[in-house]
Design a binder for this molecule. Structure first.
Ligand code: GUN
Length: 281
C-alpha cells in the first residue's frame, strides 16, 4: 500500500493558524539579512516573507551587496541586536566566499534572545538539556518534530535513524528526538554499510543534500520517512529520498517540495513569536 503523504503545507498551515492570535497581540517583527544573490536563498526568503504575511507578522528584508565585509555585516548585526522594535532576525546562509568561514563568528554575534534560527550556542545548549528548555530551538529540527506531532506519529520508543550530522539539522535533531525518548542513530559520510543502519529506522530522516540517495532497499517496511533534502536537478527540485520507489514501502513520507520546507518556515515564525513574548515579559 502506498505511503500516507505527510504534507508540510497542511501541517505548517495549522501551525501558522495557531500563531495568528499571538501575532496580533504581541506584534513581533522578523528581519532577514541576505548577503548577495544566491538564487536558492532568494527563493527561501520569499517563502519566509509569504508566511509572515499569512500570519500578519511584520517583516523586513535587509539585502546587502555580495561584497559586504565582515565589519559591515557585524555593524548590521549590532544594530539589529539593539533595535527594540526587532523581535528576531536571521542571517540567511550560505554567505558569499569572503564570509563563508566566518559563519561561527557571525552566529556568535547574534543576541541569543533574537536568534530565531536557534543556531547559536546558547539556544542549542538549552535545546540539548530537555524539552522544557526548548525556547528557540533550531527551525528545521523543530519543524520536523511539529510535523510528526501534527500527524500524531509517536516518537517515544521508536528507533530514529538520521542521515546527516550538520549543526543545523542532524545533530540538534538527534538530541530533540532523544529528549522525546526515541532511540537515535546518526549516520554520516564516514558511516560504513549505511543501508544496514537506515533499514533499522522506524523513523528515517535524511538531511544530506544528495539527490535520491535513499533508495527502496535502504528503508524498513512501514517506516516513516522524512526528507530534508532540496536538490536542484535537471528534472527539477528533488529530495534526498527516491520518492517514487520509497513511497511503495514506507507507511508515511514527506514530499519535496511541500514537506519539511514549509515546517522550517513555520517554526521560524513560531520562534519569532516566542522571542517577542520573552522580550515583553
Ligand atoms: N539556509 C538554509 N536554511 C536556512 C535556515 O534555516 N536559516 C538560515 N539562516 N539559512 C538557511
Amino acid at each position: 500500500m502506498p505511503a500516507t503523504l505527510l504534507s508540510g503545507r497542511e501541517a505548517a498551515g495549522a501551525l501558522l493558524e495557531g500563531l495568528k492570535s499571538k501575532v496580533k497581540e504581541l506584534d513581533p517583527k522578523l528581519v532577514i539579512v541576505q548577503v548577495g544573490e544566491d538564487p536558492a536563498s532568494s527563493s527561501y526568503i520569499k517563502q519566509k516573507f509569504k508566511s509572515c504575511e499569512k500570519v500578519g507578522m511584520r517583516s523586513e528584508h535587509m539585502h546587502l551587496p555580495p561584497d559586504t565585509s565582515l565589519d559591515d555585516l557585524m555593524n548590521v548585526i549590532d544594530k539589529l541586536n539593539t533595535d527594540a522594535d526587532v523581535s528576531g532576525f536571521i542571517v540567511q546562509l550560505p554567505l558569499p566566499k569572503q564570509l563563508e568561514d566566518k559563519v561561527p563568528e557571525i552566529i556568535r554575534a547574534i543576541d541569543p534572545k533574537k536568534d530565531v534560527d536557534g543556531f547559536g550556542a546558547y539556544n542549542l545548549g538549552k535545546t540539548f538539556l530537555s524539552t522544557e528548555f526548548e525556547h528557540l530551538p533550531p527551525a528545521t529540527p523543530s519543524g520536523i518534530i511539529a510535523m510528526l506531532e501534527h500527524y500524531k506519529i509517536q516518537i517515544e520508543g521508536k528507533h530514529a535513524v538520521i542521515v546527516g550530522r550538520s549543526n543545523i539539522v542532524g545533530k540538534p535533531l538527534s538530541i530533540m528526538l532523544l529528549n522525546r525518548n526515541a532511540t537515535v542513530t546518526v549516520c554520516h559520510s564516514r558511516t560504513k554499510d549505511l543501508a544496514s543502519l537506515t533499514r533499522l529506522g522506524d523513523i528515517l530522516i535524511c538531511a544530506v543534500g544528495k539527490a535520491k540517495m535513499i533508495t527502496r532497499d535502504m528503508v524498513k517496511e512501514g517506516a516513516i520517512v522524512i526528507d530534508v533534502g532540496m536538490n536542484k536537478t535537471e528534472y527539477g527540485l528533488v529530495g534526498d529520498v527516491d520518492f517514487e520507489e520509497v513511497k511503495e514501502i514506507a507507511s508515511a513520507i514527506t514530499p519535496v517540495p511541500g514537506g519539511v520546507g514549509p515546517m522550517t518556515v513555520a517554526s521560524l515564525i513560531r520562534n519569532c513569536v516566542r522571542a517577542k513574548e520573552r522580550q515583553t515579559n
